[in-house]
Design a protein around this ligand. Sequence first.
Ligand code: ATP
Ligand code: MG
Length: 430
Amino acid sequence: MSTLKAVRGTRDLLPAETGLWNRIEATARSVFSRYGFGEIRTPVFEDTALFARGVGEETDIVSKEMYTWEDRARAQSEKTQSLTLRPENTAGVVRAYIEHKLGETGQLQKLYYIGPQFRRERPQRGRYRQFSQIGAEVIGPASSGSESPLRDAEVLEMLASLLDELGISGWVLKLNSVGSASDRPKYIETLRAALMPVVGQMCVDCQRRAETNPLRVLDCKVPEDQPIIDALPKIADSLDADSRAHFAAVCAALDAAGVPYERDHRLVRGLDYYTRTTFEFTHGGLGAQNALLGGGRYDGLSELIGGPKAPGIGFAMGEDRLVLTLQAQEAAKAVLLDTYIAPVGEVQNPAALSLARSLRRSGLSVELGDGAFRVKKSFEAADKVARTIVLFGEDEANSGILTVKDFSTGIQSKIARADLAAALLSSRNK
Ligand code: ATP
Ligand code: MG
């Protein structure tokens, strides 16, 4: 019988790694709450039509990457329905915004999510079939200020602060404007016309894109195509006055806040719903999959999926790629427990559990050994998982004075049981 394994493109995260995942999520939650965001959790699968209409039929995601199935009816009253594992979360959040009439509050909605997404892609480093995104959306009726360029700048400033707080150094913010819903068709026509005489010399993908979705030509990575693409007209030249002013205001606010960015004329992003501001944060350490996160404004998305006008802006960070970046930076040193309690002799086991209980209740992280172990074995086990070891033998039980060794300094000291928690807590920050 063959052994069963995790499906291609999916992974188990074991305790050696989940510590870092949890730290990233805790930092994100803390930053989001300081900016007034609340958490939203939407279902992992949705009606296929949501992504077809929201993300766009012609995008790579919808045309080839989705996990879609016909869900059969279980009763005559039910219909078969086409369902899809969510490939991204913005469409689901906007669906929920419409379904729960969040716009009727008149308030700007600031929502964040953390969770798995699914795309049938070719698995490689930084690219998986189940991956996790941490994302946020700022959305509301125009009267709530949702169209203001200040919202764009604030989201970008928040991301810069979040990456800094996570300890990710060397990120680059790439920024562009893809214009309004009326600028884009104009640009697409200009692009189509400019591609006509040169597309024959380009890769087969570009030849197809020139027909179906000319904007996607700008994403092409084939080296031979690059000089041709660089010579194509820029979307900046097709923007109307409002879009130009909006983009200039975003840039001015970022300059004032001291957030560095680069203008990238080719950044059009892979989802059809973007309008005006688009952005990506990249990191050199990631190799080919260098995007840490991407996002942009989507002023028409709500209407695309049948809702009221609700301009918005959002982003999604690839959590897997944040983890890879931090691991590569060695910022993710193994986190050690505060102490390891080594009962000396099995008779001390119950009292040692009682000591562990009181230390854990003081907020310390504690591993409890076993009195059946020899002292040497306890030291070896403790050295792997904890900063310190506490010996708990007959003498210690009688006197209430414990022997504590700090592995980083090698110093062994005697500490009264009543003072132990405070001593371990204060040595934590040295
Ligand atoms: P890419 O150019 O890397 O394919 P994308 O444009 O498809 O990215 P988005 O749909 O904007 O990405 O998703 C936002 C972020 O989610 C990306 O910047 C990336 O960090 C992460 N991401 C996207 N697809 C995957 C995947 N298959 N595995 C891991 N992370 C992913
Ligand atoms: Mg992709």
